[in-house]
Design a protein around this ligand. Structure first.
Ligand code: AHM
Ligand code: MG
Length: 332
């Protein structure tokens, strides 16, 4: 506490983004405004997730709470929060949310140059037992400033993303961000209501001692995935699996190792969604010196053909993903 009080020169997220913006004389400040709106959405969701147990927010959408009001399930609430925050930024054109079948095309007058793909509350099966959940987002930029948004604006390879991040609602609230020049971590100071820079220039360890996978699917895996996990076990690596992608990826980023959601016989494309789960995390991993692989190629080079497309994913420490790539080259 005393250390915290000694530091009177706080690098807030807003200040950090503004500093970044000032490095580019041509920057308009639009991305700064957009990221601030995303951060506001994260704070709102963090507060709702925190109060969920008390506020009896938990429940099925459509159910009534004790006051007879309709309850909103947290993932529905989070989706509303982000759609409103993004729309009101005036900087977006196309929004794709895990919660909405169709893309949201922003009306004229509120339109901006950015498209945002997001999962407002990922890992929602963990909410009812108070385990970490998170928000994931990725941002594309369109070239022409004023025209109708199109689905094609977001059906772009991950290499076209200009920024990506996630916010983990865990024992602390952690926001991790890249704008394509490394990865920076911020922690929400609840007393200030501000994200404070806590991790500058995050680099993932080159190799790790942890692997993270839903081993319950093992009977359905393909040969390279099976061989990889068996090799992890032979090396007596530790297994950690929370079942919340944001939390599993956050640990992988900080401690090193690998997170995989491979294809299996039941889900030949895996489970995780390309646009708002795989791409943002792959972008962050690469920016931190790690890798992300689909089983066929570099994750970020995949060209999605539909909004909610899925892909197998292997991401984490450079050497660990390299081992997976070798097995796929040999056995596939
Ligand atoms: P969701 O978007 O329905 O919450 O599902 C995504 C989550 C990820 O957070 C996590 O990595 C994965 O599902 C876990 O899946 P499984 O329970 O099959 O292991
Ligand atoms: Mg999800």
């Amino acid at each position: 506490h005393s250390d915290q009080l000694k530091n009177t020169d706080l690098m807030t997220l807003t200040r950090f983004i503004l500093n970044e913006q000032h490095k580019y004389p041509e920057a308009t400040g639009d991305l700064t405004i957009l990221l601030n709106h995303i951060a506001l959405g994260c704070k709102f969701v963090q507060s709702a997730v925190n109060k969920a147990g008390l506020a009896k927010l938990i429940g099925l959408a459509g159910e009534q709470n004790v006051q007879g009001e309709d309850q909103k399930k947290l993932d529905v609430l989070s989706n509303d929060v982000f759609i409103k925050a993004l729309t009101s930024s005036g900087r977006t054109r196309v929004l794709v949310s895990e919660e909405n079948e169709d893309a949201i095309l922003i009306e004229k007058g509120k339109r901006g140059r950015y498209c945002v793909v997001f999962d407002p509350l990922d890992g929602s099966s963990n909410i009812d037992c108070a385990v970490a959940v998170g928000t994931i987002f990725g941002i594309y930029q369109v070239t022409e400033p004023e025209r109708e948004g199109k689905i094609e604006d977001v059906l772009q390879p991950g290499t076209k993303m200009v920024s990506a991040g996630y916010c983990m609602y865990g024992s602390s609230c952690e926001l991790v961000l890249t704008t394509g020049e490394g990865v920076t971590g911020f922690t929400l100071d609840p007393s200030l209501g501000e994200f404070i820079l806590t991790r500058a220039n995050i680099k993932i360890p080159k190799a790790g001692k942890i692997y993270s996978v839903n081993q319950g699917n093992a009977v359905n895996w393909d040969a390279p995935t099976t061989a990889y996990v068996e090799a992890c076990q032979k090396k007596t690596k530790s297994l950690r699996y929370i079942g919340s992608m944001v939390a599993d990826v956050h640990r992988t980023l900080l401690y090193g190792g690998i997170f995989l959601y491979p294809a299996d016989k039941k889900s030949p494309s895996g489970k995780l969604r390309v646009l708002y789960e795989c791409f943002p995390m792959a972008f962050i991993m690469e920016q931190a010196g790690g890798q992300a692989f689909t089983g066929k190629g570099r994750m970020l080079e995949l060209v999605p053909t539909k909004l909610h497309e899925r892909s197998p994913i292997f991401l984490g420490s450079y050497d660990d993903v390299e081992d997976v790539k070798k097995l796929y080259a040999e056995k596939a």
